[in-house]
Design a protein around this ligand. Structure first.
Ligand code: UDP
Ligand code: MG
Length: 321
């Protein structure tokens, strides 16, 4: 930590079409920050909103010098917005929060206390999820699967509401991958982590911005970026099927030569062929998923494109990370 200047706390808010709730959320966070006594800034990353978030934010920025507004050229997703926030934030500690008011600002001072006591990461753990039963089950299954094939411990209910120390921010910023799943990356970099349970609030306004399609995409990214279990499952399935086929072959030979019975005809063949082509397609799909990931990384495209930054006078046209 630099001792020549006061300690700075940054709050990063990814926002996608949150214009309705943003003023309330921003002001309650500013209030909570002011109470901590630290110098602070709030960085709002507009993930390609189409609902007037820009006007709302520019208006707030004009009144509040500690606000910074960065707008993406299109919707790149929350993970990209968090990545941009971590790169933009200048704080000695950076707090990531949702901009819909679900993460209570009252926790900021609790997080800061833990940080001062020596935690390098303070992660909020939802002790109740305000999501549908199906979504909760789906997420629980997913974390189980992800954990099964990963060397790093990923606390299941620790989401993106967390405080991270500058050295953790630098470690994450230095990671080169483009397919980002922040929860996995946080776990991967390690550091001393303290978990703080919290009760999520209902959204201030609007509805969830995540569709099932996006959640599946994120789940696949997480699985294939942090685990080789799907690949191993493919080999294992192949092994099981070929051994079964081999044993069945032996049985058929035995039946033909020893028992002298009739060899079963086309139904066995048809079922076998269909089953095997299904397994082959599945295996190809899993391998393609990894190949696709490598392809995405090889293209070396930026994670996001910044179209506007309230702290930069002439907006860069293709500023990239
Ligand atoms: N978000 C984003 N880009 C997206 C989707 C969501 O920046 O493509 C932001 C959103 O504005 C919110 C946070 O990510 O601040 C969490 O999203 P949401 O509340 O919709 O998700 P949920 O709380 O339902 O998991
Ligand atoms: Mg939310």
């Amino acid at each position: 930590m630099d001792t020549r200047r006061p300690t700075l706390i940054s709050v990063v808010l990814p926002a996608y079409n949150e214009s309705e709730g943003l003023p309330v959320v921003v002001s309650s966070i500013l209030h909570a920050l002011a109470n901590t006594g630290f110098a602070h800034e709030i960085v709002v990353i507009d993930d390609g909103s189409t609902d007037g978030t820009r006007e709302v934010m520019l208006d707030l920025c004009a009144k509040q010098p500690s606000l910074r507004y960065v707008r993406f050229s299109r919707n790149f997703g929350k993970e990209a917005a968090l990545s941009a926030g971590l790169r933009t934030a200048a704080g000695d500690a950076v707090i990531l929060m949702d901009s819909d008011g679900q993460h209570p600002p009252a926790l900021i001072s609790v997080f800061l206390d833990k940080w001062r006591e020596g935690a390098e990461v303070v992660a909020g753990v939802q002790n109740e999820r305000l999501e549908s039963w199906t979504k909760r089950r789906f997420k629980a299954g997913y974390y189980w699967l992800m954990q099964a094939g990963s060397h790093v411990v990923i606390p299941p209910d620790a989401g993106d509401f967390r405080l991270i120390d500058r050295k953790v921010v630098d470690a994450i910023n230095a990671l080169p991958e483009r397919n980002r799943q922040m929860k996995g990356l946080f776990a991967w970099v390690g550091f001393r982590t303290v978990l703080v349970p919290f009760q999520p609030e209902p959204r201030v306004a609007g509805v969830t911005k995540f569709t099932w399609r996006q959640l599946f995409k994120l789940a696949f990214t997480g699985l294939t970026s942090f685990s080789v279990v799907p690949l191993r499952l493919v080999s294992l399935t192949g092994l099981v099927i070929s051994s079964t086929a081999f044993l069945y072959g032996c049985y058929l030979l035995f039946e033909h030569y020893v028992v002298g019975g009739r060899v079963p005809g086309w139904p066995t063949l048809a079922v076998g062929m269909m089953f095997l082509s299904g397994v082959q397609l599945l295996a190809l799909g899993v391998i393609a998923e990894y190949l696709g990931r490598t392809f995405e990384e090889a293209k070396q495209r930026p994670i996001y494109i910044v179209a506007e930054d309230s702290r930069v006078k002439s907006p860069p046209h293709a500023a990239s990370p």
